[in-house]
Design a protein around this ligand. Structure first.
Ligand code: GCW
Length: 663
C-alpha cells in the first residue's frame, strides 16, 4: 500500500516541500518497480503529486508499448556495491528519466533528486550520473526535554517553540507532524535523529527503560523516511534506573545491566541507531567518578550495542567549567584534545567520538578543533550547531552554510579534509520545534536544509545548496536573486556586529542572547577575552601562552603561533595584542572594531530593505514573520554596536579615526 503523504496541521509551513515543488513529477507518467516499505513511501509521494498535477503512476509492469516519463527502479541497478543502501543513479534517454537504486533509501533520495531538478529532469538527454552520500551517518541531535526544564525550557537552546516529539510530559499521541518532519529530513538527506537532550534529566533517563515504548512510537513514523532513531542516555543509568550501587564501566553487574537494557531497546526498536552520551561534562555523570577513562565508558556502551549493530556517540565536549579567570594556564580550548588524544586507538569499533567543530562552543568564529586532526585511530563524528545559540537565536538572519563549508574543507594535513575525517558522520544540533515555520525564523530553515546537503557532500558548494533551497521553498520566480543576497552574506554580517576577531562570547550570561562584553569575563566557564586598557585577546601561543596553538599539525601550528602570520579573523583567539596592533588588513585592532560594528549594522539595514522589496513576491505570512524578525535583528545589532564600541572606546581611550558618534 502506498504510504500517504503526511497532512500538515492547519497553518504549518511546508518548508522546502511545498506541493508546487512536485509539479514536474506530478504531471507525468511514472513507473515504480520494486517492493519494500520505502518503495511505498515513494509511491505515496508520486501518487499525491499526480493527483494534484494530473499525471499517472503505476507499479511494476504495464502492457508493452506504454511509454513512461519517469521510471523509479528499486533493485534494477547493475552496480550494487557502488550504490550501497543509499545511492542511486539518474539518467535520461529516449524521453524517459530513469532512477535506479539498490536500497529503499536510495530510491527515496533519487525521487527527491528528481524533485530538486524539476522540469530539467525531463528535458533533453542526461548522461547517467551516480549519487551516493560521502558520509554514512547524517544525524540531528535534538536537545529536547520531555518535561520542560525550569531554566532551559522544553528545548535546550531551542528557538522554535516546544518540542516536535514531546508534549504534556509524554510522546505526542498525534505524530503526524513528526512524520512530516521525517519527510523534510529525507528530502535533504538526513538519516538519523536523537530524540532527547544530551543533558539527560531524571524524567528523560526513563526513556531508556520503562518509557522506551514512546521512543518506539516515534521511530515507527520516522522509519518510512529512512531516518533511524537514537537516544541520549545517562551514564549513571545503572544507578538511577537500575538501583545498582555503581555505574563503574568495568564492573560486571554494570556491564550486564547495560546488555540487558539494550536488548530490551532492540526488542522495541529493531533498527535502533544507538546511544548519545555527554559524560563528565557540565555536571553530567561519567567514568571519571570511578577513576576510569572515557574510552572505558564509551566501550562499555559499544559492547552493549555491538550485537545489534548499534553505535555509541560519545561526546568530546569535556572541559573544566569551574575555572578561575586568574588562572591563565587552564585553557578551555585545549581541553578536548588533552582529554582524548591520549586515548586514540583505545575506542571500540562501534564507538564514535563526537567532536564539536571548534574547540570552545559554536561561536560565530573559531578555528577548527585540532582534535579532529589528531585521532587517526578513532572513528570521529563532527558536530555542528544548526540551532543558533550564539548566532542570533533565530531572531537574526545568519545562514551558516559558508562557515560549515570552511570547516569541512579545512585540512589539518594536506591528505584529508575535515569532511574526509568525519568517518563517523556529520551531526548537528537541530533548530526545529513546533513553531508553524519549524525554525522560528522562516529563513533559518535554510540552515537545516544546508546541513543535510553538506552532510551528503561535505565539499558541495554552499551557494548552490542555498539556491536549491530557495527554488524548492519559494519556487523559480524572480525573487530568487533577492533571497540569495539576503542570506548569502548574513554570517559575515553577524560576525561584524558581535564579538570581534575570533575572541568569542561577550553575550549575556545564561540565555546567550544580546551583548554583554564582560558577561562571562569573571565567571567559571573559561570563556575570557582579557580586555584591559592596553589590549585584548587570549595568548594561546606555545612561546608565551597556553600552548594551544601547538595542538595543530604544521603548517597551522606555526601559522597560528605568531600574530604576524595568524589570520586576522582569528587573531584574538590566539593572541593578546594591543589596540594599536596593525592587522593584515592595514587597520589597527581598535579601528577594525569600530569599522566592523558600524558596517555590520549598515548591512542589516540593507538586508532588511532587500527583504522589504520582496513584499508581494513571497507568501505574505512568511514575509510578515521575517519582517518582524528584522526589526528585532536591527535593534539588537545596534545594541551590539553601541555596547562594543563604547566599551572599547572607554578601555582604550583611542577615538574613532572617522569621528563617528559612539553611543
Ligand atoms: O553550547 C553549550 C550549551 C549547553 C549545551 C552544551 C553541550 C546541551 O550552552 O546548553 O548543553 O553546550 O553541547 O552539551
Amino acid at each position: 500500500m502506498p504510504l500517504p503523504v503526511p497532512v500538515l496541521p492547519e497553518g504549518v509551513d511546508p518548508a522546502w516541500l511545498p506541493p508546487a515543488a512536485f509539479r514536474a513529477v506530478g504531471g507525468r507518467r511514472t513507473l515504480i518497480r520494486g517492493s519494500g516499505p520505502l518503495a511505498e513511501t515513494v509511491h505515496g509521494e508520486v501518487a499525491e503529486a499526480c493527483l494534484r498535477f494530473g499525471g499517472r503512476v503505476v507499479r511494476d509492469t504495464e502492457p508493452e508499448g506504454v511509454a513512461h516519463d519517469l521510471v523509479l527502479d528499486l533493485g534494477g541497478a547493475d552496480d550494487p556495491e557502488l550504490l550501497g543502501e543509499e545511492g542511486f543513479t539518474c539518467a535520461r534517454e529516449g524521453g524517459t528519466t530513469t532512477v535506479t537504486a539498490i536500497g529503499g533509501r536510495g530510491l527515496l533520495y533519487g525521487l527527491f533528486h528528481v524533485v530538486r531538478l524539476g522540469e530539467a529532469a525531463f528535458t533533453g538527454e542526461r548522461a547517467r550520473e551516480t549519487h551516493h552520500p560521502a558520509l554514512a551517518l547524517r544525524m540531528l541531535d535534538h536537545w529536547d526535554n520531555v518535561a520542560a526544564h525550569p531554566v532551559m525550557g522544553q528545548v535546550e537552546r531551542g528557538y522554535a517553540g516546544g518540542s516536535l516529539f514531546w508534549e504534556d510530559g509524554r510522546a505526542r499521541r498525534d505524530l503526524e507532524r513528526v512524520r512530516a518532519y521525517g519527510r523534510l529530513l529525507a528530502a535533504c538527506g538526513i538519516n538519523a535523529l536523537a530524540v532527547n537532550n544530551v543533558n539527560v534529566h531524571e524524567t528523560e533517563a526513563h526513556l531508556l527503560t520503562d518509557r522506551i515504548g514512546e521512543v518506539a512510537a516515534i521511530a515507527d513514523v520516522l522509519r518510512p523516511y529512512g531516518v533511524r532513531t537514537h537516544l541520549s542516555v545517562s551514564f549513571a543509568a545503572p544507578v538511577v534506573l537500575g538501583g545498582l550501587p555503581t555505574a563503574d564501566p568495568l564492573d560486571e553487574t554494570v556491564r550486564g545491566w547495560w546488555a540487558k537494557a539494550t536488548g530490551a531497546v532492540y526488542e522495541a526498536i529493531p533498527d535502533f541507531g544507538g546511544y548519545v552520551v555527554k559524560a563528565d561534562s557540565e555536571g553530567q555523570p561519567g567514568p571519571f567518578a570511578y577513576g576510569r577513562s572515557h574510552a572505558d565508558g564509551a566501550n562499555l556502551l559499544a559492547a552493549a550495542l555491538e550485537p545489534y549493530g548499534g553505535t555509541v556517540h560519545w561526546r568530546a565536549f569535556v572541559y573544566d567549567h569551574c575555572q578561575d579567570w586568574r588562572d591563565r594556564t587552564t585553557d578551555r580550548a585545549r581541553a578536548a584534545y588533552d582529554h582524548f588524544v591520549p586515548l586514540d586507538g583505545a575506542f571500540a569499533a562501534d564507538a564514535v567520538l563526537q567532536v564539536k567543530h571548534g574547540p570552545i562552543d559554536f561561536q560565530v568564529r573559531e578555528p577548527v578543533s585540532p582534535l579532529i586532526g589528531a585521532m587517526p585511530g578513532t572513528r570521529l563524528a563532527v558536530e555542528l550547531q544548526v540551532t543558533q545559540e550564539y548566532t542570533g537565536q533565530q531572531r537574526h538572519v545568519c545562514w551558516l552554510g559558508p562557515m560549515w563549508s570552511e570547516v569541512l574543507r579545512f585540512r589539518h594535513r594536506p591528505e584529508s579534509s575535515v569532511g574526509d575525517l568525519a568517518r563517523g558522520g556529520l551531526i548537528a544540533v537541530s533548530n526545529a520545534g513546533d513553531d508553524p515555520f519549524w525554525t522560528g525564523h522562516p529563513l533559518a530553515q535554510a540552515n537545516l536544509y544546508t546541513f543535510g546537503r553538506l552532510a551528503w557532500r561535505p565539499d558541495a558548494d554552499p551557494g548552490g545548496i542555498l539556491d536549491e533551497w530557495i527554488r524548492l521553498t519559494f519556487g523559480p520566480g524572480p525573487e530568487a536573486a533577492g533571497l540569495h543576497a539576503v542570506l548569502d552574506g548574513s554570517w559575515r554580517t553577524y560576525e561584524k556586529y558581535t564579538a570581534p576577531l575570533g575572541v568569542g562570547f561577550m553575550v549575556q550570561p545564561g540565555h546567550h542572547y544580546g551583548p554583554s562584553v564582560d558577561g562571562y569575563e569573571y565567571s567559571p566557564w573559561g570563556t575570557y577575552h582579557f580586555a584591559d586598557r592596553d589590549g585584548i585577546g587570549v595568548d594561546r601561543s606555545v612561546a608565551t601562552g597556553t600552548g594551544y596553538a601547538g595542538q595543530y599539525a604544521k603548517p597551522w601550528a606555526e601559522l597560528y603561533e605568531s600574530p604576524d602570520t595568524c589570520p586576522d579573523e582569528l587573531l584574538l583567539f590566539f593572541h593578546h595584542v594591543s589596540y594599536g596592533h596593525t592587522l593584515h588588513s592595514g587597520k589597527t585592532v581598535i579601528q577594525h572594531i569600530y569599522d566592523t560594528h558600524f558596517e555590520g549594522v549598515e548591512e542589516v539595514e540593507e538586508a532588511r530593505e532587500a527583504w522589504d522589496s520582496l513584499a508581494g513576491l513571497v507568501d505574505p505570512v512568511r514575509h510578515a514573520r521575517v519582517a518582524e524578525r528584522y526589526e528585532e535583528q536591527l535593534r539588537c545589532a545596534r545594541e551590539w554596536r553601541d555596547q562594543i564600541n563604547s566599551y572599547f572606546l572607554r578601555k582604550s581611550g583611542v577615538p574613532d579615526e572617522r569621528g563617528r558618534r559612539i553611543y
